[in-house]
Design a protein around this ligand. Sequence first.
Ligand SMILES: *Cc1c(COP(=O)(O)O)cnc(C)c1O
Length: 531
Amino acid sequence: MTPTATLEAPVAESTVAKAALFVGTPRKATTHTSQNEGLIFEKSSPGKKAYRMDALDVPAVDAAALLGDSLRNDLGAMPELSEIEIVRHFTRLSTWNYAIDLGMFPLGSCTMKYNGRVNEAVSRIEGIAEAHPYQPEQLSQGALRIMHQLQHCLLEITGMDAITLQPAAGAHGEFTGVLMIRAYHESKGNARRKVLVPDSAHGTNPATAAVVGYQVENLKSNAEGGVDLEALRAAVDDDTAALMLTNPSTIGVFESQIQEIADILHAEGALLYMDGANMNALVGKTRPGDFGVDVMHLNLHKTFSTPHGGGGPGSGPVACKAILEPFLPAPLVVKKADGVLGFDFDRPHSVGRVRMFYGNFGMFVRALAYILANGPDGLRQTTEDAVLNANYIRAKLDGHFELPYKTASMHEVVFSDKLQATNGVKTGDMGKRLIDYGFHAYTTSFPLIVSGAMMIEPTESESREELDLLIDALQQIAREAAENPELVKTAPHTTRIRRLDEVGAARKPVLRWKAPPAKESLTPDSAAKEW
Ligand SMILES: *Cc1c(COP(=O)(O)O)cnc(C)c1O
């Protein structure tokens, strides 16, 4: 009866005998026995409460007289449960989650590193956690100092001149950066019309350029997966506003000709935007500001170990060269004449505010804690370990899976499903099969320039032991794809919910719960109205 169950395809259990669930022996995963769990609405029974209140010892207020039209009487479909039922419901659900505290996320392009506990300890210090964004500047010197020091660290790491912490995500940072590029060209009298984006780019890059009003022109990659300089020369003219480039690229390859790329753009008055989502491969080793980048964003929730995705809000600071500084969003955190920190709102050329208050402050605290806990040597070591881990996986899986680009890998490695596809086994099948071995899937089918891409980014967080378990699992899956392809094509087999009907889920999504007619307190009408 649950919405997920209706999306389940019928193939999974029947086609594969239980005894033959694995060709080898998974060293990591076992099926576990945690209890099934219905929806909280299904557990509800009328009149149940998780509290007991003393009788009123003051006169009751007439709520209708007090609240007028604002009084709501139509909350009929709220679940009614006891405290222990609520606690158990959410605790059981929490055991269904895969989490970084249980094992690695090999998702490429995402830098799913472990977020050290020190970040959480610092962000819960009372004066930080309870600070209010409307506190006057004199009473916010500590909070301002955190932001000011983080800015200083990020400028040192990127080699740029000025920065805003406002944007709330990587894509939001791109948007801010390209708005600044537009404002810069406008200040010279012509916004220009096109933005170049390589075919290896993250989907957010062309989307950003389009949202800011630019025509997107696709740039073909060369055989090494980098920018083709001849194609770039042919594409750049005085109508080009910028090139948006991810470096290292989404196939984990450093643009060795980055300086020439910058020179070609600058000769035509165009700017170089760097998507800095892959900075985990560069921190402490090389600086975008030193190799010709004009403006870039950072993903604090990737490189700087703040929670990612469902774990918390993101943060996408934008750093730029001095020529773009006037266009940064207002306000900026600055040191004022008397040495006191404060906000500078007086920025006539600013693209404006892109986020309420000053950005996601809790993320600044965590990122700064991460930077200070590691120190310069620790950050450099982090980068080296991330690159080492990716290359270890590459060496161990090369041959088991096809490696479409032979260029040296940085922090992530991209294989393809070419060898397995001859048996009808695709990247998505193997990603789902990895779940049976106790891992989150790697990134499937991205980047788009690799057909059947399998993109793996281990990050520095993982030990040799965990990497070996992943390698082991993927080697076994390659064997299964050769010997028993059906086993992989119908995976996962050991999970609570088996393979979903993805087309059905996209075309006919079940997005809300409706009460079954039998329940007294939850009539379909009232539930449909509410939910
Ligand atoms: C993650 C990522 C983005 C987008 O960042 P969000 O914080 O998810 O908006 C952009 N480009 C690349 C290369 C990325 O990996």
